[in-house]
Design a protein around this ligand. Structure first.
Ligand code: PHE
Length: 359
Protein backbone atom coordinates (compact mmCIF):
# COMPACT_ATOMS: atom_id res chain seq x y z
CA UNK A 1 0.00 0.00 0.00
CA UNK A 2 1.27 3.46 -0.94
CA UNK A 3 1.74 5.51 2.17
CA UNK A 4 1.29 8.93 0.50
CA UNK A 5 -2.02 8.00 -0.97
CA UNK A 6 -3.29 6.79 2.40
CA UNK A 7 -5.66 9.48 3.72
CA UNK A 8 -5.24 8.51 7.38
CA UNK A 9 -1.51 9.02 7.18
CA UNK A 10 -1.91 12.46 5.74
CA UNK A 11 -4.52 13.31 8.30
CA UNK A 12 -2.20 12.29 11.13
CA UNK A 13 0.64 14.37 9.74
CA UNK A 14 -1.63 17.37 9.45
CA UNK A 15 -3.06 16.80 12.85
CA UNK A 16 0.38 16.66 14.45
CA UNK A 17 1.63 19.74 12.64
CA UNK A 18 -1.46 21.72 13.63
CA UNK A 19 -1.22 20.60 17.23
CA UNK A 20 2.47 21.52 17.37
CA UNK A 21 1.76 24.94 15.91
CA UNK A 22 -0.98 25.80 18.35
CA UNK A 23 1.08 24.56 21.30
CA UNK A 24 4.04 26.63 20.14
CA UNK A 25 1.86 29.75 20.18
CA UNK A 26 0.25 29.02 23.52
CA UNK A 27 2.93 27.70 25.87
CA UNK A 28 4.90 30.88 26.55
CA UNK A 29 1.87 33.07 27.38
CA UNK A 30 0.64 30.25 29.65
CA UNK A 31 4.00 30.07 31.45
CA UNK A 32 4.16 33.83 31.79
CA UNK A 33 0.71 33.92 33.35
CA UNK A 34 1.82 31.69 36.23
CA UNK A 35 2.14 33.80 39.39
CA UNK A 36 4.10 31.31 41.51
CA UNK A 37 6.77 28.68 40.93
CA UNK A 38 4.22 26.00 41.82
CA UNK A 39 1.68 27.32 39.31
CA UNK A 40 4.44 27.36 36.69
CA UNK A 41 5.38 23.75 37.45
CA UNK A 42 1.72 22.72 37.21
CA UNK A 43 1.45 24.38 33.81
CA UNK A 44 4.65 22.70 32.67
CA UNK A 45 3.30 19.31 33.77
CA UNK A 46 0.15 19.90 31.70
CA UNK A 47 2.39 20.03 28.64
CA UNK A 48 5.35 17.74 29.33
CA UNK A 49 3.89 15.46 32.04
CA UNK A 50 2.87 11.84 31.49
CA UNK A 51 -0.61 12.91 30.47
CA UNK A 52 0.63 16.20 29.01
CA UNK A 53 -0.30 17.75 25.69
CA UNK A 54 3.07 17.25 24.01
CA UNK A 55 3.21 13.69 25.29
CA UNK A 56 -0.16 13.09 23.64
CA UNK A 57 1.23 14.42 20.37
CA UNK A 58 4.23 12.10 20.70
CA UNK A 59 1.82 9.18 21.01
CA UNK A 60 0.16 10.17 17.73
CA UNK A 61 3.59 9.90 16.12
CA UNK A 62 3.39 6.12 16.44
CA UNK A 63 0.54 6.16 13.95
CA UNK A 64 2.47 8.23 11.39
CA UNK A 65 4.09 6.43 8.43
CA UNK A 66 7.65 5.28 9.16
CA UNK A 67 9.21 7.42 6.43
CA UNK A 68 7.53 10.59 7.74
CA UNK A 69 8.19 9.83 11.39
CA UNK A 70 11.71 11.14 11.49
CA UNK A 71 10.87 14.62 10.21
CA UNK A 72 7.83 14.98 12.46
CA UNK A 73 9.75 13.52 15.41
CA UNK A 74 12.38 16.21 14.98
CA UNK A 75 9.68 18.88 15.04
CA UNK A 76 8.18 17.42 18.20
CA UNK A 77 11.59 17.30 19.88
CA UNK A 78 12.41 20.82 18.84
CA UNK A 79 9.19 22.06 20.43
CA UNK A 80 9.90 19.99 23.53
CA UNK A 81 13.22 21.78 23.89
CA UNK A 82 11.59 25.16 23.37
CA UNK A 83 9.06 24.35 26.09
CA UNK A 84 11.81 23.18 28.46
CA UNK A 85 13.95 26.25 28.01
CA UNK A 86 10.85 28.50 28.20
CA UNK A 87 9.99 26.84 31.49
CA UNK A 88 13.51 27.32 32.88
CA UNK A 89 13.69 30.98 31.96
CA UNK A 90 10.22 31.70 33.34
CA UNK A 91 11.19 29.87 36.54
CA UNK A 92 14.34 31.89 37.04
CA UNK A 93 12.40 35.09 36.31
CA UNK A 94 9.86 34.14 38.95
CA UNK A 95 12.60 33.39 41.48
CA UNK A 96 14.25 36.70 40.77
CA UNK A 97 10.95 38.51 41.28
CA UNK A 98 10.28 36.63 44.53
CA UNK A 99 13.75 37.49 45.81
CA UNK A 100 13.35 41.15 44.90
CA UNK A 101 9.96 41.26 46.61
CA UNK A 102 11.52 39.70 49.71
CA UNK A 103 14.34 42.24 49.75
CA UNK A 104 12.09 45.25 49.37
CA UNK A 105 9.45 43.95 51.84
CA UNK A 106 9.24 45.51 55.31
CA UNK A 107 11.60 43.66 57.72
CA UNK A 108 10.26 40.53 59.40
CA UNK A 109 9.51 41.23 63.07
CA UNK A 110 11.22 38.50 65.08
CA UNK A 111 9.69 39.80 68.31
CA UNK A 112 6.11 39.04 67.28
CA UNK A 113 4.43 36.51 69.59
CA UNK A 114 3.90 33.02 68.16
CA UNK A 115 0.42 32.24 66.83
CA UNK A 116 0.16 29.26 69.16
CA UNK A 117 1.66 30.41 72.49
CA UNK A 118 4.77 28.33 73.23
CA UNK A 119 5.06 26.69 76.64
CA UNK A 120 7.17 28.87 78.88
CA UNK A 121 10.03 27.18 80.73
CA UNK A 122 10.33 27.42 84.50
CA UNK A 123 12.66 26.67 87.35
CA UNK A 124 13.61 23.20 88.56
CA UNK A 125 12.36 22.41 92.10
CA UNK A 126 15.98 22.27 93.32
CA UNK A 127 16.59 25.78 91.97
CA UNK A 128 13.39 27.06 93.56
CA UNK A 129 14.37 25.74 96.99
CA UNK A 130 18.00 26.87 96.63
CA UNK A 131 16.94 30.41 95.80
CA UNK A 132 14.55 30.50 98.75
CA UNK A 133 17.17 29.23 101.23
CA UNK A 134 19.78 31.66 99.89
CA UNK A 135 17.25 34.50 100.13
CA UNK A 136 16.48 33.69 103.79
CA UNK A 137 20.17 33.68 104.74
CA UNK A 138 20.85 36.85 102.79
CA UNK A 139 18.06 38.53 104.75
CA UNK A 140 19.91 37.42 107.89
CA UNK A 141 23.12 39.08 106.65
CA UNK A 142 25.00 36.12 105.11
CA UNK A 143 26.90 36.61 101.82
CA UNK A 144 27.42 33.94 99.14
CA UNK A 145 30.85 32.23 98.91
CA UNK A 146 31.68 29.93 96.00
CA UNK A 147 34.30 27.21 95.55
CA UNK A 148 35.38 24.29 93.34
CA UNK A 149 33.72 20.88 93.03
CA UNK A 150 37.06 19.14 92.40
CA UNK A 151 38.86 19.76 95.67
CA UNK A 152 42.14 19.10 97.47
CA UNK A 153 41.87 16.34 100.03
CA UNK A 154 43.00 18.86 102.66
CA UNK A 155 40.11 21.27 102.17
CA UNK A 156 37.48 18.54 101.96
CA UNK A 157 38.76 16.27 104.76
CA UNK A 158 42.05 16.94 106.59
CA UNK A 159 41.54 20.58 107.62
CA UNK A 160 38.04 19.62 108.80
CA UNK A 161 39.46 17.12 111.27
CA UNK A 162 38.74 13.89 109.36
CA UNK A 163 41.38 11.32 110.38
CA UNK A 164 43.18 9.74 107.38
CA UNK A 165 41.37 6.43 107.90
CA UNK A 166 37.89 7.94 108.19
CA UNK A 167 35.46 5.88 106.06
CA UNK A 168 34.34 8.99 104.13
CA UNK A 169 37.85 9.31 102.68
CA UNK A 170 37.62 5.77 101.33
CA UNK A 171 37.35 4.93 97.61
CA UNK A 172 34.11 3.14 98.50
CA UNK A 173 32.49 6.36 99.72
CA UNK A 174 34.00 9.17 97.66
CA UNK A 175 35.01 9.81 94.05
CA UNK A 176 38.74 10.38 93.59
CA UNK A 177 40.49 11.65 90.46
CA UNK A 178 43.65 10.01 89.17
CA UNK A 179 45.62 13.00 90.43
CA UNK A 180 44.33 12.39 93.97
CA UNK A 181 41.79 15.16 94.09
CA UNK A 182 38.35 14.42 95.46
CA UNK A 183 34.94 15.42 94.11
CA UNK A 184 33.86 17.35 97.17
CA UNK A 185 31.66 15.24 99.40
CA UNK A 186 30.07 18.27 101.06
CA UNK A 187 30.06 22.07 100.86
CA UNK A 188 32.03 22.24 104.13
CA UNK A 189 35.17 22.75 102.00
CA UNK A 190 33.93 26.34 101.66
CA UNK A 191 34.37 26.92 105.41
CA UNK A 192 38.04 26.05 105.03
CA UNK A 193 38.51 28.16 101.91
CA UNK A 194 36.78 31.19 103.44
CA UNK A 195 38.54 30.98 106.81
CA UNK A 196 41.96 30.53 105.17
CA UNK A 197 41.49 33.60 102.98
CA UNK A 198 39.44 36.06 105.04
CA UNK A 199 39.94 37.41 108.56
CA UNK A 200 36.89 37.16 110.89
CA UNK A 201 34.22 38.29 111.41
CA UNK A 202 32.46 36.57 108.53
CA UNK A 203 29.04 35.11 107.71
CA UNK A 204 28.71 33.11 104.51
CA UNK A 205 26.33 30.84 102.70
CA UNK A 206 27.66 28.38 100.12
CA UNK A 207 25.28 26.55 97.77
CA UNK A 208 26.85 23.87 95.59
CA UNK A 209 26.93 20.45 93.99
CA UNK A 210 28.47 17.54 95.95
CA UNK A 211 29.29 13.90 95.18
CA UNK A 212 29.15 10.62 97.07
CA UNK A 213 29.10 6.93 96.15
CA UNK A 214 25.48 6.55 97.22
CA UNK A 215 22.56 5.45 95.09
CA UNK A 216 19.06 4.55 96.29
CA UNK A 217 15.55 6.06 96.59
CA UNK A 218 16.75 8.89 98.85
CA UNK A 219 20.42 9.17 97.77
CA UNK A 220 21.96 10.22 94.47
CA UNK A 221 25.70 10.14 93.58
CA UNK A 222 25.40 13.84 92.73
CA UNK A 223 23.31 16.14 94.86
CA UNK A 224 23.14 19.67 96.18
CA UNK A 225 23.95 21.19 99.54
CA UNK A 226 23.89 24.58 101.18
CA UNK A 227 26.41 25.40 103.87
CA UNK A 228 26.12 28.39 106.19
CA UNK A 229 28.73 29.48 108.72
CA UNK A 230 29.44 32.45 110.92
CA UNK A 231 32.68 33.34 112.73
CA UNK A 232 33.05 36.20 115.23
CA UNK A 233 33.94 36.87 118.85
CA UNK A 234 31.60 35.36 121.46
CA UNK A 235 29.44 33.31 119.07
CA UNK A 236 27.48 30.69 121.03
CA UNK A 237 25.14 27.80 120.44
CA UNK A 238 22.30 30.22 121.22
CA UNK A 239 23.17 32.22 118.08
CA UNK A 240 23.06 29.01 116.05
CA UNK A 241 19.70 28.04 117.49
CA UNK A 242 18.36 31.54 116.84
CA UNK A 243 19.40 31.43 113.18
CA UNK A 244 17.88 27.93 112.81
CA UNK A 245 14.57 29.03 114.36
CA UNK A 246 14.42 32.04 112.06
CA UNK A 247 15.32 29.89 109.05
CA UNK A 248 12.60 27.30 109.83
CA UNK A 249 9.94 30.00 110.27
CA UNK A 250 10.84 31.82 107.09
CA UNK A 251 11.11 28.69 104.95
CA UNK A 252 8.39 26.45 106.41
CA UNK A 253 6.02 28.98 107.95
CA UNK A 254 5.50 30.78 111.27
CA UNK A 255 5.56 28.67 114.41
CA UNK A 256 7.55 25.79 112.82
CA UNK A 257 9.26 24.12 115.80
CA UNK A 258 12.99 23.28 115.72
CA UNK A 259 14.86 20.80 117.89
CA UNK A 260 18.53 19.86 118.10
CA UNK A 261 19.64 16.27 118.65
CA UNK A 262 23.28 15.68 119.64
CA UNK A 263 25.24 14.16 116.76
CA UNK A 264 28.81 13.80 115.54
CA UNK A 265 30.70 15.49 112.70
CA UNK A 266 34.52 15.70 112.95
CA UNK A 267 34.53 19.47 112.31
CA UNK A 268 32.08 20.65 114.99
CA UNK A 269 31.88 20.42 118.77
CA UNK A 270 29.22 20.15 119.97
CA UNK A 271 27.48 18.81 116.88
CA UNK A 272 23.78 18.28 116.28
CA UNK A 273 21.20 17.16 113.82
CA UNK A 274 18.27 19.51 113.38
CA UNK A 275 14.65 18.43 113.14
CA UNK A 276 11.72 20.64 112.23
CA UNK A 277 8.05 20.04 112.95
CA UNK A 278 6.73 17.59 110.35
CA UNK A 279 5.29 19.42 107.36
CA UNK A 280 3.04 16.50 106.40
CA UNK A 281 0.92 15.96 109.52
CA UNK A 282 0.71 19.56 110.72
CA UNK A 283 -2.79 20.30 112.08
CA UNK A 284 -4.62 23.62 111.65
CA UNK A 285 -4.02 24.31 115.38
CA UNK A 286 -0.24 23.95 114.86
CA UNK A 287 0.19 20.54 116.51
CA UNK A 288 1.48 17.42 114.69
CA UNK A 289 -0.67 14.31 114.58
CA UNK A 290 2.26 12.06 113.59
CA UNK A 291 2.44 10.24 110.25
CA UNK A 292 4.43 7.57 108.47
CA UNK A 293 6.78 10.18 106.95
CA UNK A 294 7.90 11.44 110.38
CA UNK A 295 7.66 7.91 111.81
CA UNK A 296 5.01 9.24 114.19
CA UNK A 297 7.44 11.54 115.98
CA UNK A 298 6.04 14.82 114.61
CA UNK A 299 9.58 15.82 113.60
CA UNK A 300 11.63 15.51 110.42
CA UNK A 301 15.42 15.79 110.11
CA UNK A 302 16.59 18.60 107.83
CA UNK A 303 20.25 19.41 108.46
CA UNK A 304 23.50 18.96 110.40
CA UNK A 305 25.17 21.70 112.41
CA UNK A 306 27.43 22.58 115.30
CA UNK A 307 30.02 24.92 116.78
CA UNK A 308 33.14 25.04 114.61
CA UNK A 309 35.81 22.81 116.17
CA UNK A 310 38.90 24.57 117.59
CA UNK A 311 41.12 22.29 115.51
CA UNK A 312 39.41 23.49 112.31
CA UNK A 313 40.08 27.12 113.34
CA UNK A 314 43.74 26.26 113.98
CA UNK A 315 44.02 24.48 110.62
CA UNK A 316 42.74 27.65 108.95
CA UNK A 317 44.98 30.08 110.90
CA UNK A 318 42.27 31.49 113.19
CA UNK A 319 42.86 31.67 116.96
CA UNK A 320 40.13 29.59 118.69
CA UNK A 321 40.83 31.43 121.96
CA UNK A 322 39.67 34.67 120.33
CA UNK A 323 37.03 33.53 117.85
CA UNK A 324 34.17 31.09 117.82
CA UNK A 325 31.56 30.24 115.24
CA UNK A 326 28.90 27.89 114.01
CA UNK A 327 28.32 25.96 110.79
CA UNK A 328 25.35 24.16 109.32
CA UNK A 329 24.80 22.15 106.16
CA UNK A 330 21.70 20.85 104.47
CA UNK A 331 20.79 18.77 101.41
CA UNK A 332 18.61 20.60 98.90
CA UNK A 333 17.07 17.47 97.39
CA UNK A 334 15.88 16.49 100.84
CA UNK A 335 14.37 19.93 101.45
CA UNK A 336 12.66 19.90 98.04
CA UNK A 337 11.36 16.36 98.58
CA UNK A 338 9.92 17.43 101.95
CA UNK A 339 8.46 20.62 100.57
CA UNK A 340 6.75 18.99 97.58
CA UNK A 341 6.16 15.48 98.92
CA UNK A 342 8.41 13.83 96.31
CA UNK A 343 8.95 10.14 97.17
CA UNK A 344 12.02 9.34 95.03
CA UNK A 345 15.15 11.45 94.55
CA UNK A 346 15.59 10.11 90.99
CA UNK A 347 12.61 12.22 89.89
CA UNK A 348 14.80 15.27 90.55
CA UNK A 349 17.33 14.15 87.92
CA UNK A 350 15.24 12.30 85.29
CA UNK A 351 14.12 15.55 83.61
CA UNK A 352 10.72 14.03 82.87
CA UNK A 353 8.53 16.95 81.72
CA UNK A 354 5.48 15.35 83.37
CA UNK A 355 7.25 15.75 86.71
CA UNK A 356 8.93 19.09 86.10
CA UNK A 357 5.76 20.75 84.79
CA UNK A 358 4.26 20.52 88.28
CA UNK A 359 6.45 23.22 89.85
N1 PHE B 1 28.97 18.59 105.95
C1 PHE B 1 27.99 17.84 106.69
C2 PHE B 1 27.40 16.76 105.75
O1 PHE B 1 27.58 16.83 104.59
C3 PHE B 1 26.87 18.71 107.17
C4 PHE B 1 27.34 19.70 108.23
C5 PHE B 1 27.72 20.96 107.86
C6 PHE B 1 27.34 19.32 109.57
C7 PHE B 1 28.14 21.87 108.82
C8 PHE B 1 27.77 20.22 110.51
C9 PHE B 1 28.14 21.48 110.13
O2 PHE B 1 26.78 15.83 106.21
Amino acid sequence: MDAVSDPTVETIELEITAALASLREAFLPRFRAAATAQALRDENAKILGKKGELTAILKLLGKAPPEGRKAIGEKVNALKQEVESGFESCLSNLRLREREAELSAPPFDLTLPARVPAQVGHKHPISIVREEVVAVFRQLGFAVFDGPEVEHEGNNFTALGFPPDHPATDMQDSFWTQSNHVLRTHTSNIQVRAMKSIAPPMAFIAPGTVYRRDDDATHSPMFHQIEAFLVDKDVTLAHLKGVLAEFAERLFGPGTPVRLRPSYFPFVEPGAEVDIGCVFCKQPNGTRAGCSLCKHTGFIEVLGCGMIHPVVFENCGIDPEVFSGFALGMGLERLAMLRYGVPNIKLMFDNDPRFLAQF
